[in-house]
Design a binder for this molecule. Structure first.
Ligand SMILES: [Zn+2]
Ligand SMILES: [Zn+2]
Length: 198
């Protein structure tokens, strides 16, 4: 059985939960991974012979204005994580559906959310889903890129960063930060730098 521990809504409503997580993690290792209640860092396993590293399939169901492919290319730079971009069916058990959702009719925030579905050892399952707000059409192309990069980053196991950092994983109102930074990749390396059985 998969261990479903809830929808995280990234934006104003999730502020308290996010702050709590960051505080708990910061004390442990001054890092920014998503962590399960049991302490395991959330990540995609490498338990497939054709993927020697952790891997994720992003199944893009969004419209053309959402830069899912370009953001996936950036995250694929992570040294121990392979990203695969698909638009049609996804037969892997490492699929994340990326779709539009009506989250932010008032254009008040970031706004996207990730349904994290993980189990033993912090490994993700295919029911994990990224939802991108399609209600607010006032966002610039750079802000849409920040939003997509941010939510894809969450679905690799990264948590929010402070608003004054130069990464798409920063929190707060969007400022067109379109790319991950070196710290994001360091956190991913730490989370993915092991071989899983199977
Ligand atoms: Zn693992
Ligand atoms: Zn976030």
């Amino acid at each position: 059985m998969n261990d479903l521990f809830g929808v995280r809504r990234w934006g104003l409503v999730a502020l308290l939960a996010s702050v709590f997580l960051l505080a708990a993690v910061a004390a442990a290792n001054a890092s920014h991974p998503m962590v399960q209640p049991d302490g395991d860092r959330m990540h995609w396993s490498d338990n497939d012979p054709s993927f020697p590293r952790g891997y994720v399939f992003w199944q893009d169901q969004t419209g053309a204005e959402w830069p899912v492919f370009s953001s996936a290319v950036q995250w694929d730079r992570a040294s121990r994580l392979d990203a695969v971009y698909v638009t049609g069916s996804c037969t892997s058990n490492h699929c994340v559906t990326v779709r539009e959702a009506d989250l932010d009719p008032g254009c008040t925030g970031r706004l996207g959310e990730v349904l994290h579905v993980t189990g033993p050892a912090g490994h993700y399952f295919s029911a994990t889903e990224v939802r991108i707000d399609a209600q607010c059409d006032a966002r610039s192309a750079a802000d849409r890129r920040e939003l997509v990069c941010h939510e894809l980053g969450h679905s690799t196991g990264l948590d929010d960063r402070p608003s004054n950092t130069n990464t798409c994983m920063r929190s707060g109102d969007m400022v067109g930060e379109q790319f991950p930074d070196g710290h994001d990749f360091e956190v991913l390396l730490f989370s993915y730098n092991h071989d899983d059985p199977g």
